[in-house]
Design a binder for this molecule. Structure first.
Ligand SMILES: Cc1cc2nc3c(=O)[nH]c(=O)nc-3n(C[C@H](O)[C@H](O)[C@H](O)COP(=O)(O)OP(=O)(O)OC[C@H]3O[C@@H](n4cnc5c(N)ncnc54)[C@H](O)[C@@H]3O)c2cc1C
Length: 394
C-alpha cells in the first residue's frame, strides 16, 4: 500500500463500497478501497437474493454470479396456507456473494482503484475544524495514517465510521432485525422457487426465507424483530424449523447478524465524509434487502465524491448533494416502505391468516404484491398511497 495522499478512501469492500470506489475512480479520483477481512466477499452474511433490476441497474450481469434464477415466490401464512405470487419470469436471482463481491472489487481495480485487504480502519484523521481528512488503520500489525480529501464509510451494519465523524448513527432496537441463517445441503427444494413464512411461530416481527442455490443447497434463515427477542432465539427458531421441515439437511454454514430495517440516517454526510450502504441504513425496510440499494447509494456517493474533488470542495454543503440524490432516488421510498413495515410486521397470526384466505381467491396471474397490499390496506388510504407511490418509484 502506497502511503501517498488519496483523493478518496473507501472503508469496506462490500457492494456499496466497491460501487462507490468504481464511480469515484471513473470520475477521475485517485481512490483507495480498504477491507478489514482477509478475503473480499467472505464471510458471507446474506441470503444472497437480489432482483434482476436491482442487480442489472448497476453492473452488467455475469452468469458466474448466479446460483439460481427465481421464477416463483410463495408466501406462507401461519396456518400454512400457501399463497403463490404472480411474478414475471425475470424476477431475480440467488447469487454467490463470495464471487459477486470479489468481482465488484476486481471491477474497481480495473478502474484504477487501489484495493487492499487485511486493512482494518480503527479511526479517522480530522482537521482542527472537525473535517475528516483520512483514516487510521491497522495493516499487518502496523499502525498507519493515510490522508485523503474525502472518506466514504461503507463499513456495513456495524459501521463506526459515521460515529467517529460525529454523525448520529444509532438505530432503535425496534428497527433492527436479528437474523440467523443456515446454508444447508442435501434437501429437496425447487431451484426456481423462493418461500417466505410469516407468523409468530416462524419469525415474530419478521419472516423466514428459503432461498434455493441449486444442487439441493439452500439458504434458510429468519429475521426476528429486535424488540421481540435476542439472537439466541432466532437460532432456536431456525433450528426448530429445520427439524420440522428439512430433518435431512446438513448444515454447511451458520451465520448470525443484524439487518437495519430503519429509515436512512437523517445525516449521511459531513465535512470530508459520506456514508453508504448499511452504514447509512439504506436497506429496504420491508424486504431487508440491502445489496441493490447499497450499490445505488455507493454509485451516487462515488459520483458526488469525484465531482467534489474536481471542484476542490469537500465541505458538507457540497457533499450534501449526495443525500439529496439518494433521497430523490430511493430515500423517500424507504420512508414510505418504513411506514408500511411498521404495520405489516405487527399483524397478528389471525390477521395474516385472514389476509391469506382473502387473497387466495384472486386468480394467481393477478395476485401481484400490489393486489395483496391493496387487499390489506383497503381501509387505510394513507398506507395505500405509500405503497402505490413506492411501487411507482415516485
Ligand atoms: C442474514 C442476512 C441475510 C440477508 N439477506 C439479504 C438478501 O437476500 N438480499 C439482500 O439484498 N440483502 C440481504 N441482506 C443485507 C445485505 O447483506 C446488506 O444489506 C449488504 O451486504 C450491504 O452492503 P454494504 O456494502 O453496505 O455492507 P457489507 O456487505 O456488510 O460490507 C461492509 C464491508 O466493510 C468491511 N468493514 C467493516 N468495518 C471495517 C473497518 N473498520 N475497516 C475496514 N473494513 C471494514 C466488512 O468486512 C465488509 O466487507 C442480508 C443480511 C443478513 C444479515
Amino acid at each position: 500500500m502506497k502511503q501517498v495522499k488519496y483523493d478518496v478512501i473507501v472503508v469496506g469492500a462490500g457492494p456499496a463500497g466497491s460501487l462507490a470506489a468504481i464511480h469515484a475512480a471513473k470520475g477521475g479520483a485517485k481512490t483507495l478501497l480498504l477491507e478489514k477481512d482477509r478475503d473480499i466477499g467472505y464471510p458471507v452474511r446474506c441470503a444472497e437474493g437480489v432482483s434482476h433490476i436491482g442487480l442489472t441497474n448497476y453492473v452488467a450481469l455475469d452468469p458466474r454470479w448466479i446460483r439460481s434464477t427465481i421464477k416463483d415466490a410463495i408466501l406462507i401464512a401461519p396456518d400454512s396456507t400457501q399463497v403463490p405470487v404472480a411474478t414475471n419470469n425475470e424476477m431475480g436471482y440467488i447469487i454467490d456473494r463470495r464471487i459477486f463481491d470479489y468481482d465488484l472489487a476486481m471491477l474497481a481495480a480495473k478502474e484504477g482503484v487501489e484495493v487492499q485487504t487485511k486493512a482494518y480502519v480503527y479511526d479517522l484523521l480530522k482537521a482542527e475544524n472537525g473535517a475528516v481528512t483520512g483514516v487510521k488503520l491497522d495493516y499487518m500489525g502496523k499502525k498507519l495514517e493515510i490522508a485523503s480529501k474525502i472518506v466514504i464509510g461503507a463499513d456495513g451494519v456495524e459501521s463506526r465510521v459515521g460515529r467517529w465523524a460525529g454523525l448520529h448513527t444509532a438505530v432503535k432496537i425496534k428497527d433492527m432485525e436479528s437474523c440467523a441463517q443456515f446454508t444447508v445441503a442435501g434437501i429437496n427444494v425447487d431451484p426456481g422457487k423462493i418461500l417466505f413464512y410469516f407468523g409468530e411461530s416462524w419469525a415474530p416481527g419478521g419472516y423466514l426465507w428459503v432461498f434455493p442455490k441449486g444442487n439441493n443447497l439452500a439458504n434458510i434463515g429468519l429475521g426476528v424483530n429486535g424488540e421481540r427477542t435476542g439472537l439466541g432465539c432466532a437460532l432456536d427458531l431456525l433450528s426448530k424449523f429445520l427439524k420440522n421441515h428439512y430433518p435431512e439437511a446438513s448444515i454447511l454454514t451458520t451465520v448470525a447478524g443484524g439487518v437495519p430495517v430503519a429509515k436512512t440516517l437523517k445525516r449521511i454526510t459531513t465535512d470530508g465524509l459520506l456514508l453508504v450502504g448499511d452504514a447509512a441504513r439504506t436497506v429496504n425496510p420491508i424486504s431487508g434487502g440491502g445489496i441493490a440499494t447499497g450499490m445505488l447509494s455507493g454509485k451516487l456517493a462515488g459520483e458526488i465524491a469525484a465531482e467534489a474533488i474536481e471542484k476542490g470542495d469537500f465541505s458538507n454543503s457540497y457533499l450534501e448533494n449526495y443525500s439529496k440524490k439518494w433521497s430523490k432516488a430511493q430515500g423517500k421510498n424507504h420512508e414510505r416502505l418504513y411506514r408500511v413495515k411498521e404495520v405489516i410486521f405487527r399483524l397478528t397470526d389471525e390477521e395474516l391468516n385472514s389476509l391469506a384466505a382473502k387473497v387466495i381467491n384472486i386468480p394467481v396471474s393477478e395476485r401481484t404484491l400490489l393486489r395483496i397490499f391493496k387487499t390489506l390496506f383497503m381501509n387505510r388510504p394513507a398506507l395505500m398511497k405509500d405503497i402505490l407511490l413506492a411501487i411507482a418509484g415516485l
